[in-house]
Structures are given as C-alpha cells and as structure tokens.
Design a protein around this ligand. Structure first.
Ligand code: SF4
Ligand code: SF4
Length: 85
C-alpha cells in the first residue's frame, strides 16, 4: 500500500515539541528571490502579498527547523532562532 501525504495538508504533519530551531526572516534584508520557498522540504514558505513589503513567511506549525532556508538564502535574511516552547 502506498500512502503519500503532501506537506502542510494534515494536522498529522504538524511539528511536535521536539523542534530546536525556527527561522526568522528580516524584511529589510530579503530581496524576494523565492529560493527559500523552493528549498523548503515541507513546502511551507509562502509570500504574504498583504505585507507592506512582500517577503516570505513560514508556517511555523509545520516547520521542522531543518535550517535549509537559512543556509540557502543568498543575502542571509533568515536567522535560525532557538525554539524555547
Ligand atoms: S527551517 Fe526547514 S522546514 Fe522550516 S521553513 Fe526553513 S526549510 Fe522549511
Ligand atoms: S531566500 Fe532569502 S532573500 Fe530570497 S526570498 Fe527567501 S528570505 Fe528572501
């Protein structure tokens, strides 16, 4: 039997309390290149069109804290912060 669950589609995919880091985006540094959205394995980075300056947001309920977005950002606009929840 093959079971495929797309990212960000089910409460079963929500990240538990085990996450160590989460990404924080600096709108001042972000150049809206979209690379972070392409590399995120969870597919949970999206563009907020309503923000004064559009930049990318992550749905932290599903973020696993892998740090790929921060590692690949060409202008280092994403900082991985310690998750103290
Ligand atoms: S830390 Fe990983 S899972 Fe979270 S938004 Fe960045 S790439 Fe996606
Ligand atoms: S990779 Fe960096 S600069 Fe590009 S959209 Fe994401 S946060 Fe902005």
């Amino acid at each position: 039997m093959k079971i495929v669950v797309k990212p960000n589609t089910s409460i079963k995919n929500k990240t538990g309390g085990w996450r160590t880091f989460y990404p924080e985006v600096s709108p001042q540094k972000c150049i809206n290149c979209g690379l972070c959205a392409k590399v995120c394995p969870e597919g949970i980075i999206y563009k907020d069109e309503k923000a004064p300056k559009p930049y990318f947001h992550a749905d932290l309920d599903y973020c696993k804290g892998c740090g790929l977005c921060a590692a690949e950002c060409p202008v280092k606009a994403i900082t991985m912060m310690l998750d103290n929840k």
